[in-house]
Design a protein around this ligand. Sequence first.
Ligand code: SOE
Length: 378
Amino acid sequence: MTKPLNIGMIGYGFMGRAHTNAYAKVNHFFDLEYRPVLKAVCARDAAKAQAFADNWGYESIETDWRALIARDDIDAVDICTPNNLHREIAIAAARAGKMILCEKPLSMNVAEGEEMCREVEKAGVANTVWYNYRRVPAVSLAKQMIEEGRLGRIFHYRAVFLQDWTISADLPQGGQALWRLDAAAAGSGVTGDLLAHCIDTALWLNGGIDNVTAMTETFIKERVHTATGQKQKVEIDDACAFLARFRNGALATFESTRYARGHKALYTLEINGEKGSLRWDLHDLHRLEYFDYANESRYRGWRSIHITDGDHPYMKHWWVPGLQIGYEHSFVHHVADFLADLAAGRPTGPTFRDALETQKVCDAVLDSARSGRWVSIT
Ligand code: SOE
């Protein structure tokens, strides 16, 4: 018999669907002590919340997140709201003794993130942040290979995350999905939305970052705000590029933009070490490219590992060798790990504390772009 874990989800956009799909699927594929129960979904618009609940199988709805948190039948709160609400909801949930699964980025800035960490740690509640790309099996395999020492000393880390969906000047700021263009709701632009993913993966694979120097640009200076109907200054970064030095001595470049015409969500990373290199591409997410310098020179070259075998991370839970999985499975893996860790009494990374490290790098990047100086991560 599995133990129920009652989920209360706040927000129901793109991430609400990704998380709910993961809760619904996880026990069909993973043998776990706990089973998520879709107890309640919360959104301000009752009709929309009800439609979401009916479609996905939530038992009930709330229109006020405080009412959801106050319910005795909710064990874990899933925060899928715009970034400016993460802090207030997470603190209230922690004080009510609820576990928290928070969408990325953790917070609007480091100060908020520190407060959130203090609160969840004081309350002793399980907490995690949905940086899902860690749990794409190819990325998890990269982590295992680095830990096994297959790359040796790391010299370089290179990551890009390119999109093109905000090029039109007619796109407003604010409102559903487009809150990502509104600094008051999002905190920042590509730095918090896209580079935060690259930074989380990088810190996980290659350790801490010492310092950064960055540049940002806002190409469209004014957009209509959906709240006022008026043109307002755009305060987010449309593009950001930065250099970083890792604590292990590696040099890194990171670049992200929503103005790379032709790229929808091109997240790529490459790591070059003394003994070998790895590279990964979200558009081909079931492959990990590996160059092993130990191979005989006549046959040396990049190999493309198809990550579908039972001995690849997470894959024994899915189909048979050769058959692929996709983007949504990274969220299923996150829930599976969260439930297994809960049963074992272990934290699930990235915890709020881990995600605070990513937030520190994001803040340093934006600070450096403003000042034109190198900024240290403290
Ligand atoms: C933005 O378009 C976005 O949806 C991000 O918010 C997600 O975190 C990223 O994984 C894909 O792109």
